[in-house]
Design a protein around this ligand. Sequence first.
Ligand SMILES: Nc1ncnc2c1ncn2[C@@H]1O[C@H](COP(=O)(O)OP(=O)(O)OP(=O)(O)O)[C@@H](O)[C@H]1O
Length: 472
Amino acid sequence: MKLTKKLFFSSNIIPTILDHTNDGINVVDTEGILVYVNRISANYVNQRPEDMLGHPISEFYPDAVLLAVLENRQPILDKKIHFVPPKKYVVNSYPIFIEGEFLGAFSVFQDIQEIDQLNGKIKHLEMQVSLTKPEADYQHVVHMGTMQHIYKQAKKIVGSLGGPRHSIITGESGTGKTMLANLIYNYAKEIGVIGKNAPFIEINCAQFTNPDIAAMEIFGSVEGAYTGSKKKKGLFEQANGGILFLDEAHTIENYQSLLLKAIESGKIRRIGDTKEIDINVIVIAASTKNLHEVFLPELYQRLGQYEMHLPALRERSLAEKDQLFRHFVRRYEEAVWEAHRIRYHVEFTPEAKHAVLNAVYPRNIRQMRDVINYSIDASSPLIEDVGEKKEITTVVGIEHIPFELTPEQPAAEPQPEPKEPEQLITPQIADFILEQSKCGMGPRKISHQLEAMGVSLPYYKVAYFLKKQSKN
Ligand SMILES: Nc1ncnc2c1ncn2[C@@H]1O[C@H](COP(=O)(O)OP(=O)(O)OP(=O)(O)O)[C@@H](O)[C@H]1O
């Protein structure tokens, strides 16, 4: 037998093909009774097609778009439906007219849960990147107090008539050294000291366990300079015409004389090479250490005349901290707008804001930023629960702040709910928490376990209890 058009349409091939598509298909008569369901659609609602036929579609798909199509006799396209969250599909539905007579409707739908979740993850990652990127534009940094004075100094270093000069930035981790280097770079471009497309090459010298590898990265190498070394352009060459930012510069101890020579002569030599290469690079060396004590005196003298020190967060005024706080909250709101086109309003309760502003941050502004982002994350709704809303307000309370911060507050300040955990924690619950903690469980896991046992005790209260126990 030969497959012909006639045979194709008269046989059972079409339903078989429809069972092998990736889309779900439903066909109903004018009463909304299912006359055809493909396998995908039946699987979607955990049924067999034969058990669905002859039943109203609403029994299986309560929000079926087909019902509206039956009423209006018009197609409905690209409608997104949440089935049972997080199950989600997008559906196109059409009326069926045969020889002008209205006979029913059909719909074709695609499961988009996975695509939606992937999109959500991409947006989440994009948001994380945007929230943790150092500010590069002076308009967008907090420039009251500390930065006002330091930025003036930085501008002089690159912008003075006799400049630009190399410089040193010191400060504890997370105080804004990389950010300041970026600001200098942008300012230098703005005033034409370096070209609009000039490179900004950043290297954290501490990332190399071996000082020889660090040197090869910075100065480049020729093949065979060391066992296995390849011909390689160094960062100095890559930064030619722009800025070379050497973070954690104290770790390049062994190669300080090479650095000095490069800075003094404007020439570098790749490790293992004899040929010199001209370079025109502004070097900014940053460190958490006092480079005066670490660098060769000549190198320090060359760079350290132009030294800027960024104070730790604890040394900054409350007003400056408050500005930083507002800045990071605003950045979060802007990131939500960028990712989801949702106007997001973040409010902190006075108690929560007090906790954030008065906590101790060993990792300085970076840690404060992370705590603010974490707290807002904790109070924010899930994307899947937002629906079509275009404006949302969230209130960050003390319960959203990472627990380590709250006990660090000044003793003179009233502690939030200090007695409550003890009131809630019976001797049995106390024993349970201590036992789980001994087995290495963290407060969050313990709180989840308690919840499964019908005891509602937020993780931060578990943490507070454990902290008190460890002090007793
Ligand atoms: N004045 C400021 N205004 C706004 N954001 C700031 C300010 N100072 C620092 N930050 C932000 O704090 C975070 C940490 O800053 P940065 O990465 O520059 O610190 P760092 O001193 O280079 O840290 P590390 O020594 O660990 O490399 C960044 O997100 C940065 O943008």
